[in-house]
Design a protein around this ligand. Structure first.
Ligand SMILES: [Zn+2]
Length: 425
């Protein structure tokens, strides 16, 4: 078998195309495969507009497509690409060859390989490996995600979680909407105001879903989200997310620590470098940290008290409902009493958490009937944490959203070998 025939069958070309030559160019380390259409193409090709018969109008090019490496040397396909003219409507168009990817200068096989790498590593590393500028890789990804996202079916969506994510520390907020039952990202959009819910409702309708079928939304207690849910998902029950509430309590403990540090020298010395002790759960502390905590505990600091409050709040989530509700209310009373005793409004941050609980009680208690949490969203947030985002250098918000959909929306990419690890269920 001649090498041209071998390449023809390896490329999976039909009888409409022939490999004219294969040569290696040492100067550029490139393996070139030259292809040309055969007469058979003109019998099969039809006008994409009306299915009319076409004839060869002219040729453009030579056009080049980057293909998979051959013996680790760059490989390109070259073809004087035919343009066809329709006998019925007179339209002249560029014939799309079977090897072409969504980008006009990559083959499908090359795109599949580059996308597989892009799911596993930062795009600038993929750029080094495949020898293509990262901007071109991003545009290719955008085209694939755009096409796959258009086919996303949201008909079964009923339990939604929403959360914000900042693209750079403190800037460029996005709101992410997830299907908490199917554990997939549904929609990501810049902003964190009530209008993001309008956009999400529209996207849901565009993909066969129905905002009135959404029975539960799990969110944090931000007024903008509450407003958005009330306006665009009036049938949904709001569930205030457990992680957020405990997160508020943890931040409050940290705020108490800062206030107490400034109270006097003795407390300052005791609390020095203790920030991480109070943010963790006791079973996550190292033996050294546990001994330190026990030592500090003996000095009856208000920070330790606030820490106990946070742990008690967390423990309430392990109880069944009638008891959990009573314990939540008594927790609030406990915090109120302690706050009165504490000097210099030291426990005011904890008091704010107690007030938050009192004023959002139905949504907080809905957690027990909902049985969903924003754990999937929390996972996404840590997967795309600020440091990883920095390392991956998402230069535009569109690229970032495309990468979120690519890895986490369970889009269908039949040519990719396996789903990303965090989307396996
Ligand atoms: Zn036509």
């Amino acid at each position: 078998m001649e090498i041209e025939q071998t390449m023809h069958s390896m490329l999976g070309l039909g009888m409409e195309w022939a490999v004219l030559s294969c040569r290696f160019i040492p100067a550029t380390h490139t393996f070139l495969i030259t292809i040309r259409e055969t007469a058979l193409l003109w019998r099969k090709e039809r006008c994409p507009k009306d299915g009319g018969q076409v004839f060869c109008y002219d040729h453009v090019g030579p056009v080049r497509w980057k293909h998979l490496n051959v013996f680790n040397q760059a490989c390109e396909l070259i073809c004087d690409l035919p343009r066809a003219k329709c006998r019925a409507c007179g339209r002249v168009y560029r014939v799309t060859p079977p090897w072409e990817g969504l980008s006009k200068h990559f083959t499908r096989d090359f795109e599949a390989f580059a996308l597989t790498l892009m799911r596993e590593m930062p795009v600038n590393r993929v750029s080094d490996i495949v020898g293509v500028a990262d901007g071109r890789l991003w545009r290719m990804l955008l085209a694939h995600v755009h096409r796959a996202y258009a086919k996303l079916n949201m008909a079964s969506v009923s339990i939604v979680g929403a959360d914000e994510m900042n693209r750079r520390k403190g800037h460029n907020y996005l709101t992410l909407f997830c299907d908490l039952s199917a554990k997939r990202l549904l929609f990501a959009t810049p902003g964190r105001d009530a209008l993001t819910w309008d956009k999400f409702a529209q996207s849901l309708r565009d993909h066969g879903g129905d905002p009135s079928s959404v029975s539960q939304v799990s969110v944090d207690m931000s007024p903008a989200y509450r407003e958005g849910v009330n306006a665009y998902f009036p049938h949904a029950q709001t569930v205030f997310d457990k992680f957020h509430l405990i997160g508020h309590a943890s931040s409050a403990v940290d705020a108490v620590r800062r206030l107490e540090t400034n109270l006097d020298r003795r407390r300052k010395a005791l609390l020095k470098d203790s920030r991480w002790l109070w943010l963790k759960n006791p079973h996550n502390l190292s033996p050294l940290q546990q001994r330190r905590l026990a030592r500090i505990d003996r000095h009856s600091l208000w920070t330790a008290k606030a820490y106990q409050m946070r742990l008690a709040l967390q423990a309430i989530y392990l109880l069944p409902l009638p008891r959990a509700k009573r314990r939540l209310l008594s927790w609030c009373r406990w915090v109120n009493r302690a706050a009165i005793l504490a000097p210099a409004h030291l426990l005011r941050p904890m008091l704010r958490v107690a007030n938050m609980i009192s004023s959002h009680l139905p949504g907080i208690l809905a957690h027990w009937s909902a049985k969903v949490t924003n754990a999937f969203l929390e996972g996404l947030n840590s997967l795309f944490s600020a440091t990883k985002r920095k390392a991956r250098g998402y230069r535009s918000i569109n690229y970032f959203i495309a990468m979120l959909y690519f890895t986490s929306a369970k889009l269908s990419f039949p040519f990719l070998p396996h789903p990303p690890f965090h989307c396996k269920s």
